[in-house]
Design a binder for this molecule. Structure first.
Ligand SMILES: C[S@@+](CC[C@H](N)C(=O)[O-])C[C@H]1O[C@@H](n2cnc3c(N)ncnc32)[C@H](O)[C@@H]1O
Length: 260
């Protein structure tokens, strides 16, 4: 079993989250904020090619080809969540019904947020809506941590562009490394509402470490798990830079290659 109190304040594990989840103690996490594979690669019509810009990655990535079901996540999420905890899961349109079916009976409340992307991929054929919204399902039990601000700021709707420019993590050729990197602005908003300082935020599909950056910036503890080495390495570099910027000298960072 992982001793959560012995982990570094911000810890990233390069492993399969299903084996890590089994080693997490009961009631040990204050906020599960994660972005699992979406199961949408199956609907893809392939990448969109342009002469004047890089291809738009429409078939997402290999990690999205392996189906992941909400029922694979729910029992462990329920077990590791503290009684005051919250769960937020990024979710594609095709999965919302399944998340509701599996999570709603197990928690006091099930809600969702809509992220409106202000800069979605254009539709040059003008043949359908733009794909400009993404869903985030959320659930909790009575007594959960909830930092309500004012009515205006508590709509379950958030507007923010997809990651661009300096925020986007690049590979050695200067191309975007991760096709679904999430904006830190959204993650910070969720973390601020649904957790307190020093709480443990857990992201078991952590990609290039966006939730880790948001948690560090808001003075939360963080535990992330990412299976792909190149994303794990990029997160390591990213979180070290954030640590330097925040002037905690990297003392609080821990990077683990597979749990024993
Ligand atoms: C939707 S992406 C998350 C992107 C992340 N929010 C970010 O901003 O970088 C899902 C990630 O889960 C990872 N993944 C898929 N299956 C996994 C597993 N069983 N254990 C850990 N990570 C996994 C993929 O490699 C991918 O990076």
């Amino acid at each position: 079993m992982i001793d959560i109190n012995k982990l570094n304040r911000c810890t990233l594990i390069n492993d399969n989250c299903f084996s890590v989840l089994k080693q997490m103690p009961d009631n040990s996490v204050d906020l599960i904020l994660t972005d699992p594979p979406y199961n949408i690669a199956q609907y893809s019509t392939g990448n969109i090619h342009f002469d004047w810009r890089s291809d738009i990655n429409n078939d997402l990535a290999e990690w999205d080809l392996k189906p992941l079901k909400p029922i694979d996540l729910m029992p462990e999420f329920k077990r590791i969540l503290s009684p005051t905890g919250n769960i937020f899961i990024f979710c594609s349109y095709n999965m919302i019904g399944e998340y509701h079916k599996v999570f709603d009976p197990e928690f006091d409340t099930f809600q969702f947020m809509v992220w409106h992307k202000t800069n979605p991929v254009p539709n040059f054929r003008k043949s359908s809506f733009l794909n400009s919204c993404e869903l985030i399902v959320s659930c909790w039990n009575k007594g959960h941590t909830w930092n309500f601000t004012n009515q205006k700021d508590m709509h379950n709707f958030i507007e923010c562009g997809i990651c661009m420019g300096k925020e986007r993590i690049k590979d050695s050729e200067g191309k975007s490394l991760h096709p679904t990197q999430k904006p830190v602005e959204i993650l910070k908003k969720i973390i601020s509402i649904a957790s307190d300082k020093d709480d443990l935020v857990f992201d078991c599909f952590s990609g290039v470490g966006s939730t880790g950056e948001a948690a560090m910036r808001l003075n939360r503890r963080f535990l992330g798990v990412e299976i792909e080495k190149r994303y794990f390495k990029a997160s390591e570099n990213r979180l070290k830079l954030i640590s330097d910027e925040l002037k905690n000298g990297g003392n609080n960072l821990g990077f683990i290659n597979e749990m024993a």
